[in-house]
Every structure is written in C-alpha cells, then in structure tokens.
Design a protein around this ligand. Structure first.
Ligand code: G3P
Length: 498
C-alpha cells in the first residue's frame, strides 16, 4: 500500500493536499492555502499540507482542552490499551509511512522502516511504563520531620498537566513525535502536534494510526502550516500547559517567550569523540562512520568533532578514510548510506563551513563534492579552533578531526562548546574513561561507542544550549505530570499497632 492510499486515503484532499487533524476529523484550512514540501532528492514539490491559520489553532486548542478533561477520567489501563492498539497499527503500516520519510526527508529506505518500528515499540513501552509508574504515589507521615507528631498522613498522586504542545524535528518526525505523544497521553494529557514542514506528511500518517486506534475526538490534534504564521502563536498560546520541542536554536527563542509552563527542549549538540592512545582503532573507526555519517550526519547525537591523540591520529585517519571510501552515496530509495541533506539552505550552510575550513588550511581527506543537496562524505583533518567547523554543527556528512596532545586538551575543547548533549571516549582503561566522563560537561557520555539517544527508555538530556530537562520514556512521563497531595489531619497521633 502506498502513502495516501487505502486507509490513508481520507487524510488526502483529492490527490493534492494533505489535511490537518482536528477534533477527530481530517480537515482543509478555510483559507485554501497550502505549504509545499520539497523532496530533497528531486528538489521538486513532493507533497502539500494545509496552511492553518491562527483562528484554526484557537479551535484546535479549545478541542484539546475539553477532550483532556474526559481523558483524565479515563482509567489508566484503558489509556494503555489504546496506546498498544496504536502501536500495532503503526507497525502494521510501516511501509507507507517509511515511503513518506524517504520522499520528504531523504531517509535511507531501511532506516525509514526502522524508525516506524522503533516508534511502535516506544509507544508500547510507554503504555507499560505508564501503568507501572502512574499507578504509584507516595504515603508520608509527619513524625519524621522534627517537631511533629504522627498526626498528618500525606498522600501524593500524579495528575496530568493539561494540553501538551509537541514539536518534533525533521530528522525523526515520527519517532520524536511519538516520544512526546505517548508519555503525554498515558499521563492523561491531550495533544496539539505541530510537525516540521519536512516530515509533516510522515507525521500525518502516524497521527492517522492513532485515529484508527479509536482515541477520543479532540484528544490528539495536528496542525500544519508556516512557522512564521502560527509558530509563535502556538508556543505562546495561553491554552498550552507544556511544550516538548526537539530541533535547532528556535528552541532557545521558544524558551524565552513561553509562559510559566514546563518545558522539555532538545536543541542539538556538537558531540565530541575523544580517542586515547590505547583505544582499539578499528572499533573507533567503525563508530566514527556510524556516529558521524549515519543519515548523512543529520542527527543531534552525531559525532561532530573527533579529538584524537596525536600519536594515534595518523593511523586513525587512515582507517576512517578507508571506511569512508566504502560508503554508498545516492538516493534514499536505493538505501544509500549518504543521501541528500534535507534542504538546499542546509547544503549551502554545510558548504560554508567546508569553505571556511579550506581557507584556513584544514587537510581534506577526500575531494569536496556536491550535486544539488547531495554532499559527498568528507573528513577534515588538522582542524584548528579558529575554524567554524570546530564549533558549529554542520548537520551534514562533514566531520572535523582535531589532533590533541593531552586528554585535558580534549576535555577543554569539549567543555568550551555551547552545546552539551553527548560525547564519547575510546580507551581500554575504564578508570580513565570514568574520570573523563565525569569531566565532560554533557548530558551523556558513551564509553567505547558512538553517541546515541536509544534505546528509547534511556534518559536523554543535554546541558547548556543542548536543552532543558531529561527525556527517555520514564523521564518524559514524569515531566508531563504534576504532583498533587492530600493531607489527612488526625485529631491525635496515631501509631500503627500502637
Ligand atoms: O537528532 C535527534 C536525536 O535525538 C538523535 O537520536 O536516535 O539518532 O541518537 P538518535
């Protein structure tokens, strides 16, 4: 079955524009306006989505607010049951959804299928975790605090926040949407989803799987449109009780403008790979390829700078070069390793970083080559701190190597970054690895493996400009609730068996 056909036919208006989802129905924007989604490979319009107005956003917010009131009274086991159903439907329809990922974000075909399956698993795990942790509260007694008798019993429970605004990024429009939707729903919240333009059609297909699972009307809503028209309006909307955002530095602007509501932000990284003299260089090279070049480097957790000890740098660079030469470059449909980057402006930005490094004397391990949005993988050796690529995120298949003379120099470079998402260290000495991990100012350090967010139940968080709060299934559920307490006051102290 192809995207937009079969069970997905109702999300498409004729054969032209995909509809938005409001109050359990697929709708067209009243203005008749739409937004084009350009295929990164063909550079032609692939899909169109509705350009929703502020008026339409207001209506969506109203529906989300009223649906949440009823959902909060829906038994936890029933919420979990619906999530399990949605997960199964999502996995059943992995191919049409993967087709959208291939066409609108140029994700390699196999990785696109993996993203959908991983998302189904994430939703199921969330349902199970929610049943476990949301069914538990705390019971405290007053006489543990100085000066108190045992006259107060405090009962705590976890209650929903209300309406969660979820904004996923282009690189995982399905997986990083369900990582917000699942926790929000199991905790009793309703959802307004604003997909990225590239990735919107994949998101709409995913939302339809939740629709088919039979969630109540208005509980999940998905608006599409121009960020310039509805972006600030959504993030500053008084009806929003929590924002979960993954993306670039737009998140910093959102954080400054948002009201007094909980924020969960993941805003990118400049993940360093520190390589010590005793590292297994074949293992390092394999991880640099996986960590630096998967999905053409368009991952927040990609290795974005290699900090190699001078004594092993020559040998490491040779090993990485040999593996780069084996990468398959071309269209995502052919499941190539390196595919076109998401937009022409991204390709131009990457090229700017490459040209800056060239002017400043970096060693090019391969010839720089670009056709349209397709950029050939490039390893830049002898990068120095005065080059932009030493600090900025290319979000493309270009990886700098900085040679270091001490571990301290590597840690210093890592910690001088504005980002602090993940990092990795390669060494056979676990004691050194632990010391380096503790010294690195990042949310996670991987020892002897490339940075990665998954498995999806692991905590995932960034320091500094990399984000606010911690994700991962358990942490996201806990972030999307408030604690409510009821205190029973007794007329006289009561001691069990007393
Ligand atoms: O770029 C999004 C970030 O969350 C990366 O995820 O799974 O590729 O490590 P992952």
């Amino acid at each position: 079955m192809a995207a937009g056909t079969g069970v997905f036919a109702e999300i498409l208006d004729g054969d032209e524009v995909y509809k938005y989802y409001h109050d359990g129905e697929w709708k067209k924007a009243a203005s008749g306006k739409s937004v084009a989604i350009v295929n990164p490979t063909t550079r032609k319009t692939q899909y169109r989505v509705q350009a929703c107005s502020q008026e339409e956003v207001n209506k969506v917010m109203e529906s989300a607010k009223s649906a949440q009131k009823a959902w909060a009274k829906t038994p936890l086991w029933k919420r979990a049951e619906l999530l399990h159903k949605a997960a199964a439907i999502l996995k059943e329809h992995k191919f049409p959804i993967a087709e959208c990922l291939v066409k609108e974000i140029a994700k390699p075909a196999k990785d696109a299928v993996t993203e959908v399956v991983r998302s189904g698993d994430l939703v199921s795990y969330t349902a199970e975790e929610g049943v476990r942790i949301l069914g538990e509260g705390k019971f405290l007694v007053s006489d543990s605090f100085p000066g108190n008798e045992r006259t107060k019993y405090c009962l705590t429970s976890k209650i929903p926040l209300g309406v969660v605004l979820a904004i996923p990024p282009f690189n995982y429009p399905v997986n990083l949407a369900v990582s917000k939707i699942g926790p929000a729903l199991i905790a009793g919240n309703s959802l307004v989803l604003k997909p990225p333009t590239q990735g919107a059609v994949s998101c709409l297909h995913m939302v339809h799987c939740f629709h088919l699972a039979g969630f109540p009307k208005g509980l999940i809503n998905c608006v599409t449109g121009k960020g310039s028209e509805i972006g600030d309006f959504l993030t500053m909307h008084p009806g929003v009780n929590c924002i979960s955002f993954t993306g670039g530095d737009t998140g910093i602007a959102i954080s400054k403008k948002a009201g007094m509501i909980p924020l969960q932000m993941e805003l990118g990284g400049k993940d360093a790979c520190i390589v010590l003299e005793d590292a297994d260089l074949d293992l390092v090279a394999a991880n640099i390829i996986k960590g630096g070049f998967s999905y053409s480097g368009q991952r927040c957790t990609a290795i974005k700078v290699v900090l190699a000890m001078e004594s092993v740098a020559d040998s490491l660079v040779e090993k990485v070069k040999a593996r780069v030469a084996k990468l398959r470059i071309g269209p995502p449909e052919d499941d190539c390793d390196i595919t076109p980057v998401v937009t022409e402006s991204s390709a131009n930005f990457i090229e700017g970083l490459v040209m800056d490094a060239k002017e400043k004397g970096a060693t090019f391990c391969q010839e720089y080559k670009r056709e349209g949005n397709l950029i050939w993988p490039l390893l830049l050796d002898n990068v120095r701190p005065d080059m932009r690529i030493a600090w900025e995120e290319p979000f493309g298949p270009v990886l700098p190597v900085i040679r270091i003379n001490s571990v301290e120099e590597g840690i210093h470079h890592c910690n001088a970054s504005n980002f602090g998402l993940q990092g990795c260290v390669f060494t056979k000495d676990i004691n050194k690895a632990m010391l380096i991990s503790d010294a690195m100012e990042t949310g996670t350090v991987q020892i002897n493996s490339a940075p990665a967010r998954g498995p999806d139940h692991f905590p995932f968080q960034g320091l500094k400009d990399s984000g606010i709060g911690s994700q991962g299934i358990t942490n996201s559920i806990n972030m999307m609730i408030k604690v409510k307490t009821t205190v029973i006051n007794l007329p006289s102290p009561s001691y069990t068996m007393g």
